[in-house]
Write a protein that binds this ligand. Sequence first.
Ligand SMILES: [Zn+2]
Ligand SMILES: [Zn+2]
Length: 881
Amino acid sequence: MEKLPKVYDPFQVEDKWYNYWLEKGYFHAEVDRSREGYCITIPPPNVTGSLHIGHALCYTIHDVIARWQRMRGLNTLILPGTDHAGIATQNKVEQQLAEEGLTRFDLGREKFLERVWQWKEHYGGTIIKQLKRLGCSFDWERERFTMDEGYANAVLEAFVQMFNKGYIYRGARVVNWCPRCHTGISDLEVEYEEQHSYLWFIKYPFADGSGYVEVATTRPETMLGDTAVAVNPEDKRYMEYIGKTAILPIMEREIPIVDDSFVDPSFGTGAVKVTPAHDPNDYEIGQRHNLPQIIVIGPEGKMTDEAGKYAGLDRYEARKKIVEELKEKGLLSKIEDYTHSVGTCSRCDTVIEPLLSEQWFVEMKKLAQPAIDAVKENKVRFIPDRYTRIYLDWMENIKDWCISRQLWWGHRIPIWKCLDCGEYTASKTVVETCGKCGSKNVEQDPDVLDTWFSSALWPFATLGWPEDTPELSYFYPTDVLITARDIIYLWVARMIFQSLEFLNEIPFFDVYIYATVLNEEGRRMSKSLGTGVDPLDLIERFGSDALRYALIQQAGMGQDMRFSDSRVENTRNFGNKIWNISRFVLMNLKECDTQDTQCTIDQSKLNLEDKWILSRLNKVIQTVNNGLGKYDMDDAARSLYEFLWSEFADWYVELAKPRLRTDERGHVQGMLRHVLETSMRLLHPIMPFITEEIWQALPHEGESIMVAPFPEADESLIDEAVESQMGAVMEAVRLVRNLRAEVNVTPGKRVNVVIVSETSEMRELFSTGAEGIKSLARVEKLEIASKAPEAAKGQYVASHGVGFDVLIPVAGLVDVDKELARIDSELASINKELARVTGKLSNEQFTSKAPAEIVEKERRIQSELLDKKTKLEERKKALGG
Ligand SMILES: [Zn+2]
Ligand SMILES: [Zn+2]
């Protein structure tokens, strides 16, 4: 029998076992048609990523499920990988270049991409190393990258197929343009923040000299690109203006006044300027009224030549000068304070500039329908269920998907344009000749695909699509997608429609959306706000097991999770508790080294507590299996904690101690070993390291707990009657302990106890449990009686349980008179203090004038004093005073 060291050292243990598992190849899965397969393709973290607490939760859940399914005997593949993360990665490298005083344009496309690949080789593996540190049992031999060779081929294949089917088109659209990243970004990548600003009221004179119309705007610099003023057709104030012509100030251009029901009469003056090239809604108005689109702000956020004398100025500089000029000309009627939400780039925080540009789009209507049906028909199931509605709302109102990005890092769009006839050709290989006119004057599109275009193919591209691989036919559809709620649209929805489009199959059966991790105050964790916790720091301090358990314990159904360091510290204590019980058990299994039949459970010797712990164990096995199967992981985790700490350690092991010194020793050894070994297998998916360390020290079969079978409940051992009987014994022990404390018996001293019950079953039960009660409550002599003994006042203290009473004779334990005198003097001083507080609190002057927290404090003191008083009076009564 191996001995466990006194103190558990997670660091040495975690490294040792992770390497062992890797060497044994337990994480790797091969296609094996004789076994049932189970597969998850993990959400690929960005190569730029470093493990944050949300990741830690996400991948711990993955690993818990993986280890559970593997132990249940399923051929389990958890396929890992990373995402090239277009903008995020390009930004990192551009930052690096900036430190050298360079931009990507100084290097040129090819050299720049070399730099990004170098960066990826160097830093791209960080998060993978961290996932290993967390204990993730993913198949690293199958690790993928969204730009590896096979994956790139899948992306090209998908694009060309979609293009040839007519799903992809070129269109002009006002996109969210980031002047810093120099690319259009999707609505979902824009973050909105409330900003204090102004509303400027500007007069646009009528061309006929008959006055002016006043418009209100938050962005006066865009007025240079105005091509109309719009009012609501229902707005009586402006009926007569419709059809008139105004002169655009500064540019001195004539623009029409149009009516459009989109205009909100309650905003500003009810008349708005229309800038089709710089606002998505104005663009729509422009389309309806055939208005020209004039781009006055360019891709760098600087005014274009169309801005006349303000050309070349930064957009904010131009705003100042334009406001100045309007003021001088008497065309600025007023400025009001105004708070509104401003869109910023989620990657770099720069204020978004809506900008009209030519982009590639995917037409969504046809693609969306099967993806809507699949969820409505329950083929894909969202857990928790409320996300079904969120998904369907989005899909039913889906807009076309803008898939081009003006970046260099990513999958370059495989489209060649003929510069002579304008024909577009999509191709997986280089196009040299235009298929339509034969011209050799062809050029590849400079843009790359939206990162989500490639990650939408993740579950099937990683399994080998477009090739018809054995992996694809065996492991696909995958079993579950485990992800965060904020990428349901960006990612989950797109995987579903792409899988249906390309494979005519759903990508996964379940979508489990896990909780968002908040800090203790309920705020979002953020590195920049300093409101986060660092999972790596927590692993360094408390070990991976502690972090994993702390996360899973709270991973309830979609509730936001409040998390702090102290929770991990508590779990570390749980680990230490498990370690200490295991050490005790192992010390008592010394002679169980060999195939010794002595250390086995003897059915004829099963007593009440044995049957009880077996019943409890089998219930916990049910709870854990149900919990993990239904993604109620917190349930599983908490039931294991309760069982190991409050039942096995606090009661069963304590009760076992005296029995180990009797001829029951072999049987009790067998019980301890069975319960502990089974518990370790149950706990393994959540706390893989400590359970392996303990399991290896216990007599066991097999190489590793990781590949040992997962416990299955034996329902015949679940016995409600036994549990309630044991409950009564435990209650008796608790009552004796409380009574001892009430009359101040020193902990070491043994007392005599009488248990009185009128029912013979109860008396029989207590006789059976007598040895346990005696050892746990430090009882010298235990008498079980049907009637309370005739006793003089003050001879016993008593307490009542359900169906029985517990009495302790006090003679010789305490000096009753002395104790009563002590209680009286304590009561006197409490009454005095109580009178003071009560007086104060009944004084209205005090309660209304004093600060609330002072009053609150006095109230608290009052209620504490009342509590103490009641307790003392009870004790006095118990002593016959
Ligand atoms: Zn940006
Ligand atoms: Zn051509």
